[in-house]
Structures are given as C-alpha cells and as structure tokens.
Design a protein around this ligand. Sequence first.
Ligand code: NAD
Ligand code: UDP
Length: 316
Amino acid sequence: MHNNQRIVVTGGCGFLGSHLCEKLLAAGNEIICVDNCFTGTKANIFHLMDDRRFEFLRHDITFPLYLEADQIYNLACPASPIHYQHDPVQTTKTSIHGAINMLGLAKRINAKILQASTSEVYGDPRQHPQTEAYWGRVNPIGPRACYDEGKRCAETLFFDYHRQHGIRIKVARIFNTYGPRMHPNDGRVVSNFIVQALQDKPITIYGDGSQTRSFCYVDDLIEGLVRLMDSDDRFVGPVNLGNPSEFTILQLAEKIIEITGSRSKLKFEPLPKDDPRQRRPDISLAGTALQWQPCTPLEEGLQKTVAYFEKLLLNK
Ligand code: NAD
Ligand code: UDP
C-alpha cells in the first residue's frame, strides 16, 4: 500500500469509513476524515484522534470543500434502507451534490478519487450473478430510488469527469458488507439479527426469507478498496467488491441463532417494497485486475461481529 499520502475519507465516521481510516493511518498516511455525523459517530474514530496524522472535520459534502490532498475516498452517504429513506431528498443530494463537490475538489487539486458505489445500481437484477456489464433494473420512483438512482447518477458524474476533465477515478460497486461498528439500530439484516438474537428477541424475517444476499466481511472489503485506489490509473472500474457466497435470509438467521446460542424464534413480517430477490457478485474482474478475493468465511466473520455486539450491549 502507498504511504505518506494525504488522504481524505468522506464518511470516515461510519462503519466502512472508520475501518478504512484505521487501515490507511496504520500504513503511514495522513488522514482527513470528513463527516457530518448523520449515521456515523465520533465514537467510531475516537481511538484514532490522538494520532497527529489524523484529523476530523465535521462537514456536509453537499457543500463545497476546500483542502489539499493526494487521494479522496468518497464514502459519505447513509447506506441502510432505514437511514437513507429517513430523508430521501438529502440522500439524493449527498450522492449527487456530494459527488459534484468531491469531483470538483479532485479536479482542482489533481487528486485521485474513489467512489463507494453499490450493488444497488443493479436494482432487483434479472442477471445472476451480477457482472459489471449488467445495466441493472431499478425502479426510478420507488422508496429505494433516492439511494439507487443517486448512486447511479454519481457513477455517471465520475465517468464524465474522467472523460471530460481527465480526472483519475475509481468506482467500486460494494455488495452487502458486515462487521464490527455497524450501527446497532440501522436496520440492516446482519446487525438486526445479531442484536435480536443476543437479546432473545424475535428474529424479524421480511417476506418468507427466501431472498438471497452475499455477505462480505469488512476487513476483506477494505482491502479491496485500497487495492483499487492503488491500482494502475488506467483501471477505473466499475468493479464489484463483495463475497460471492450466497445465502438466503433464512439461512443467515439460522446461522446467527446457532452462533449466539439464542432462544429467539423467527417472526415473519411483510417484505419491503422493491426488496431485491437475489444478489451475488461476479468478482472475476476484481480477481484479475486487483488480485483480490475475500478470504473470511461467513461463520468466522459473524463470530467476530457477534463478539463486537456482545460488548456493545454489555456496555449499554
Ligand atoms: P454508514 O452509514 O455507516 O456510513 C456513512 C457515513 O457517511 C456516516 O458516517 C455518515 O454520517 C456520513 N454521511 C452521510 N451523509 C453525509 C454528508 N452529506 N456529508 C458528510 N458525511 C455524510 O454506512 P457504511 O456502511 O459505512 O457505507 C459507506 C459507503 O459505502 C456508503 O457510500 C454506502 O453507500 C457504501 N456501501 C456500503 C455497503 C455496505 O454493505 N456497508 C454496501 C454498498 C455500498
Ligand atoms: N431483512 C430481514 N429482516 C431484517 C432486516 C432485513 O429479513 O430485520 C432482509 C431485507 O428485507 C433484505 C435483506 O434482509 O431482503 C437485506 O437487507 P438489508 O437492509 O441488510 O440490505 P439490502 O436490502 O440493502 O441488501
């Protein structure tokens, strides 16, 4: 990994952003963590605050930002359906105005910039597994659109800044990622199930639980992001980053009950609108272009995540 770079991480107080800041700092870089603390919290970066190479800046990226840096990782955006649907207009603004502001910054200071895009750009896919060539199937006016279309438009902006202004860009399409520092109440499936299981509360399965997701452990994902940023300038993506091991939501619930030894029972609730039926990344491109593949099996990643939430609930 490169070192001695000054690196901006937007969304640095969030789940993925805080792990990224930690890794980049440990490799000898200077970090400017930019976050408005909407879904992230300073508690996630508290342990980095004493390092003189780490700086926290409270800032909303829908407003312009002026600073000097070598690289920008643009992660700022609420990622869980509950959070991004809470204020959908702000979610779209964060994706689009945020991308324009960060790309403008990259252009002015000639920095390399990486966009945290998402598997949601594929919507409820008809191609399975999803390759980067698939254009997706997104409802443009549904409740998930603020996030999905926001992220799609951000990709458009990245590629147009690249073609029109020669900006060095990298676009990662991140699939469901889990691990320590997920927000306990953000409604995502892994955190929900673990918190429910640890409290012996009912496990809320939306629909019949036959929909699938493929879950990537956070350390693997962060390694992929850094490899992408450090890759040859000619490789811009988009590239899928995720774990191709696919599970139904029911299987996930059963695994979490087993690991926690919980007495929780399953509780079936209505499936949210536009909830994708299936999702699994084809990661061949990441394999050839970045020599990257995830190495943490679900069982092992869940154990680490359960240990984190156990401690969190105990401290509460
Ligand atoms: P998160 O909610 O934990 O982190 C997002 C961070 O962005 C938070 O700290 C939040 O306060 C900050 N933020 C939100 N709006 C902002 C704004 N306008 N200005 C400044 N900061 C703002 O989510 P996460 O899981 O860490 O996701 C990080 C990024 O990765 C997001 O862009 C998300 O779309 C993308 N992603 C995540 C996943 C996943 O499974 N975790 C999957 C696909 C894509
Ligand atoms: N889900 C569920 N119970 C929950 C939370 C989520 O059954 O308590 C389901 C949800 O309907 C979806 C899957 O789990 O099918 C993943 O949901 P999540 O919000 O984690 O991510 P996304 O839908 O964005 O992939």
